[in-house]
Write a protein that binds this ligand. Structure first.
Ligand code: ATP
Ligand code: MG
Length: 607
């Protein structure tokens, strides 16, 4: 295999057998259209069994195809083998490990990155010690093998369905995993592309890796490119073993494949019950084979661990305990560098999130300047200037919270997939997201606050301007994190409702509409958690606090020309530092929540 060259940093160790037996997977099926109580009672008793004592083996150095009619449980099986499904599963898996990579049926790519950049990102994380030339060589070889070298400069979002699929596979191929499980890598591809994908997988298998893929309706040529096959029918294994042994086994069980007939079609017909024969014996032989393979897998594990396989070490559905393989190829700093690189490219190319946001901030600042011109220096317009300052915060909050709702949902599947395939830690991803967003947040706040401050005639004192900028940056970061959390927890549809709904109470208790002292005492604690209250208070201190002299009055009477008296009247006599600390605590809490939400999503994905 040509793209094996240059991989000297990844020593290809002895092959790894993976044998599984008695895999049973069931779930409670939700029932709709009845009352909640009736449904709950019925669901207790209604358990759908998807896999029924499925068994088989995936051998190293050989390409294994998993076949079966639609709904037979193929995807469920490989998810279980990859440790992505744990609830409701029982059975034995010997010889797994943390080096398992699962390539899902649907491509998971960041749309703003080109094919080359996507592969470079994967290479940076999975081949951290390779030189730039080695990485480029591997990338080119893999993409040539999969036929995507022609679209190197095309963004993933613009690739065809087949190309997206091949790029997803290429990303995992360059990472050279110990065990590779793929769900329908050839579906949606023409026969030539399917063969090239199969050949690439075969090359990986030949290098000593363990490769299995679910295949839907393979052509004769594609079918014979595999070495082993596992046939599933309604959750049971009907055949597991070498393709070369298939005709004899079928014959023994009373199934004779007609001449010139596609063997894969024949197998699917057997699994669908269209041919008469001894299905019980077929299943029994599969179990027998799985048992033999289990013994080999056990001794394989024993060799690698250098100790006897205890019953616990059989590691039933806890593949990571079978034997330790290298987990994350790249260290924290390498992960961070790669994620920041990808994040910045994405942010610069994401018109909605970056460019439009910056431009909007500037235009709103101009509009605000035109509307409230001179309000900051006029003792007779103190009340309307307060409205103007509150609008500063309101605009910064909502214009930063709303666009970020879609950030995580767009990346969610990609991030989950990459994290589960051990590309990077979730913490690194979270930190990188924060660092990628930070310059954009600073630019947005700056582009807004300076012109708006000047045009609305707020005091042109460098200290006050600096403090105002600080409050604006804090509320911007808070808003963006809130948007990320809501997006990650609720998704876009619900998030669009949750953000305004959750912030209305925060606004009600901001002290802009009603002073703290006038609030009923049992509602006052709510004001203590309102970040709008802290930011409004800090902003008002910045403009009217810190010993600002009386404002000039151009009317007969200016009720609030004394800033100190005005702040007292509003009940805003908070401490600027306390306000900023409260905002910082809110930001910290939200960032922690974001990490927890992401962890929960990973937990749910593996449940
Ligand atoms: N989370 C779930 N909730 C309800 N049913 C499920 C769930 N996951 C799987 N199933 C059911 O389990 C059965 C097997 O699903 P699975 O996706 O493993 O099939 P498959 O063999 O991969 O099918 P296909 O070839 O169509 O992809 C299906 O009948 C499916 O409806
Ligand atoms: Mg499937």
């Amino acid at each position: 295999m040509d793209f094996e060259l240059g991989r000297d940093e990844l020593s290809i160790d002895d092959g790894q057998y993976m044998a599984f037996s008695g895999i049973t997977y069931g779930l409670h099926v939700p029932l709709f259209g009845r009352s909640w109580f009736e449904r709950k009672q019925a669901e207790q008793n209604r358990k759908q069994t998807i896999l029924k004592e499925a068994c088989g083996a995936i051998r190293p150095g050989r390409l294994t195809f998993i076949l079966g009619p639609s709904g037979a449980g193929k995807t469920s099986l490989i998810k279980i083998l990859a440790g992505r499904k744990q609830t409701g599963v029982s059975g034995t898996v010997v010889g797994g490990g943390s080096g398992i990579v699962l390539v899902p049926q649907h491509a998971t790519l960041i749309d703003t990155l080109t094919t080359r950049e996507t592969l470079l990102f994967a290479a940076a994380l999975k081949l951290p010690n390779a030189s730039r030339n080695e990485r480029n060589y591997i990338i080119e070889s893999v993409s040539k093998q999969l036929g995507i070298n022609e679209v190197f400069g095309t963004r993933a979002g613009k690739l065809s369905g087949g190309e997206r699929k091949r790029l997803t596979i290429a990303c995992e191929l360059i990472t050279d995993p110990h065990i590779m499980l793929l769900d329908e890598p050839t579906s949606g591809l023409d026969s030539v592309s399917s063969m090239s994908v199969s050949q690439a997988l075969r090359s990986v298998a030949n290098s000593g890796r363990t490769v299995a893929c679910v295949i839907h309706q393979p052509s004769s040529q594609l079918f014979t490119s595999a070495d082993d096959v596992i046939l599933l029918a309604a959750g049971k294994t009907m055949y597991a073993g070498a393709i070369t042994d298939l005709p004899d086994t079928l014959k023994r069980c009373g199934f004779v494949c007609p001449n010139y007939y596609n063997m894969a079609d024949f197998l699917l017909e057997i699994a669908s019950g269209e041919h008469s024969g001894n299905l019980v014996q077929l299943e029994r032989e599969a179990k027998q084979y799985a048992l033999e393979m289990k013994k080999i897998a056990e001794s394989n594990v024993q060799q690698k661990n250098g100790k006897d396989p205890s019953p616990e070490a059989e590691a039933l559905l806890n593949p990571s305990s079978s034997y330790e393989t290298k987990r994350y190829a790249a260290g924290f700093s390498q992960q961070m560098r790669a994620l920041l690189w990808r994040g910045y490219i994405g942010a610069l190319r994401d018109v909605h999130l970056t460019q439009i946001r910056v431009v909007t901030h500037f235009f709103v600042a101009l509009l605000l300047g035109a509307l409230y011109q001179g309000a900051g220096q006029d003792g007779g317009r103190t009340v309307s200037n307060t409205g103007c300052l509150f609008f500063f915060l309101l605009f910064l909050y909502f214009s930063n919270a709303m666009p970020t709702i879609h950030t995580f949902p767009v990346e969610a599947t990609v991030v989950l997939q990459e994290h589960l395939n051990k590309w990077y830690y979730l913490t690194t991803y979270c930190l990188s997201k924060i660092l990628v967003d930070l310059p954009i947040q600073l630019v947005c706040a700056t582009v807004f606050v300076f012109p708006a401050w000047y045009l609305t005639s707020q005091p042109m004192d460098i200290n006050r301007l600096g403090l105002a900028w600080l409050v604006c940056v804090l509320i911007t970061i808070l808003a963006q994190t809130f948007g990320l959390v809501v997006g990650a927890a609720c998704g876009v549809k619900l998030g669009l409702f949750v953000i305004p709904a959750a912030n209305i109470p925060m606004l009600m208790f901001s002290e802009f509409f009603i002073p703290y002292k006038e609030m009923p005492s049992y509602l006052q604690p709510f004001a203590l958690i309102s970040y709008f209250r802290y930011s409004f208070d800090a902003f008002m201190q910045t403009v009217y606090g810190f010993g600002r002299p009386k404002l000039p009055c151009y009317k007969i009477i200016c009720l609030f020309r004394d800033p100190k008296y005005y702040l007292e009247y509003l009940g805003l006599s908070g401490n600027f530092t306390t306000d900023c600390v409260a905002l910082a605590i809110w930001i910290l809490l939200l960032k922690t929540t974001l990490l927890c939400v992401l962890r929960y999503r990973v937990y749910k994905a593996c449940k």
